[in-house]
Write a protein that binds this ligand. Structure first.
Ligand code: AMP
Ligand code: MG
Length: 402
């Protein structure tokens, strides 16, 4: 049986990141940036006003006090998006709005609220406080310098990052192509939800879970019809899936039972199995193989085992296919609200609930078929073999709820 890290290393080293493609910046969030983005512009683009007010020469107001206010003559205005064409000469000011370019000659902005119009002379305003040079001015290049690195290649783009790329004028973004992944569920007991059940049958639930997770990780799932437990059906489905997609994910049929056909059918199609058992609980039966540049990930059928192996092995693989640099699950620190024990001899990934205060407790029964605790959990706690953790112990939880 392979250790988890060894299995992951073997999977990741078998993957070549896909070629990039260009997409509109509007479609780039959630995609993995293929080429480090460098700014072609300064941000802000030019000195501009941080508020609604008046552009002034700071020197004109150096001696202004509430008892000795100074008057300035208004010589024009510039709305955001307009440029005042003249120059702010000594003794004058220009009306500005948030984002208006700072006019030539001025070096500070006085808030509108700190001024008052002259009661008789049109276009004269009184200023009762000094302003320092640069006050209420957003300077060109203070946020981003032209030539600065904006986002590194391999980053899955966040909404803030696509906003930054748009702000420097980028409209087409080079991102990794999304892997197309066939999703097969094997099992003669499985029935599509919405259809009538007959005795002994169950509703299939892994494909919807796995497809949802895959989409979050940037893959495009291609959901195949249910595959009954026969050699012919398994082989036919795998053949079609390998032909149509970059990778094939199966659930079920990878144990040692006489109805477990995935491994054998894959080999009959010329596939090579790299390994098929991992020393973790749940999720021991897990197949990884390749056939002519296409990858096979055979997940166990039990829903919890399928989820855990997806998160620990398949998710990083999908990230690597897209050239993503950070492929491990996010983590959060917490403290156990109750003791947790793993008396077994395999690492146990325990489904837990982490609350906002960082208290960690079991999500309920840990049986690998239990969907109710799966639905409650927001994290996994990696508990080493033959280990008891006391209430209050500091723990790191793998998160998969975001
Ligand atoms: P297997 O890995 O095929 O031996 O399946 C292990 C257990 O998981 C069995 O109880 C199956 O009925 C169940 N199972 C397998 N595939 C699915 C699925 N797609 N949806 C729900 N349960 C499944
Ligand atoms: Mg089965």
């Amino acid at each position: 049986m392979l250790e988890l890290e060894e299995a992951l290393t073997r999977i990741l080293s078998a993957i070549q990141p896909s070629d990039p493609e260009a997409v509109s910046v509007h479609d780039a969030a959630g995609r993995v940036l293929a080429v480090t983005a460098v700014s072609p512009l300064d941000l802000p683009l030019f000195d501009n006003s941080a508020m609604d007010g008046y552009a002034v020469r700071a020197a004109d107001l150096a001696k202004a006090t509430p008892d000795n206010p100074r008057p300035l003559r208004l010589i024009g205005k510039a709305a955001a998006g307009e440029v005042f064409k003249g120059t702010v000469e000594p003794g004058t000011c220009v009306r500005l709005f948030t984002g208006s370019p700072l006019p030539i000659g001025s070096d500070g902005v006085v808030m509108q609220e700190d001024t008052r119009p002259d009661s008789t002379r049109l276009d004269w305003f009184w200023f009762s406080d000094p302003v320092s040079p640069g006050e209420n001015v957003r300077h060109g290049g203070e946020d981003v310098k032209r030539g600065a690195q904006l986002v590194e290649a391999g980053t899955r783009l966040s909404p803030g990052q696509v906003a930054l790329l748009a702000a420097v004028g980028m409209s087409e973004i080079k991102v990794a192509r999304q892997p197309r992944v066939a999703l097969l569920a094997t099992g003669s007991e499985l029935v599509e939800s919405g259809r009538p059940l007959s005795p002994g049958k169950i509703y299939e639930s892994n494909r919807v879970m796995l497809a949802t997770l895959m989409k979050r990780d940037g893959a495009i799932p291609n959901i195949f019809p249910l595959v009954p437990d026969t050699m012919e059906a398994t082989q036919a489905a795998l053949e079609k899936a390998l032909a149509e997609c970059d990778a094939v994910v199966t659930s079920g049929g990878v144990s040692v039972g006489e109805y477990d056909f995935v491994k054998h059918a894959f080999e009959k199609l010329g596939g090579k199995l790299a390994f098929w058992r991992i020393s973790i609980k749940p999720g021991k039966p897990f197949v990884f193989g390749h056939a002519g540049g296409k990858l096979l990930f055979g997940l166990p059928g039990n829903p919890v085992s399928a989820l855990v192996t997806f998160l620990l092995l398949l998710r990083p693989a999908l990230g690597r296919m897209q050239g993503a640099t950070g492929v491990s699950l996010p983590k959060s620190n917490g403290a156990l609200a109750e003791p947790v024990a793993n008396p077994g001899d395999r690492r146990h990934f325990v489904r837990v609930v982490v609350d906002d205060a960082g208290r960690v407790r079991s999500a309920g029964t840990q049986a690998s078929h239990s969907l109710s605790s799966l639905a409650k959990a927001n994290g996994l706690l990696d508990v080493p073999p033959r280990t008891s953790l006391a209430e209050g112990a500091a723990v790191t939880v793998l998160r998969w709820d975001s």
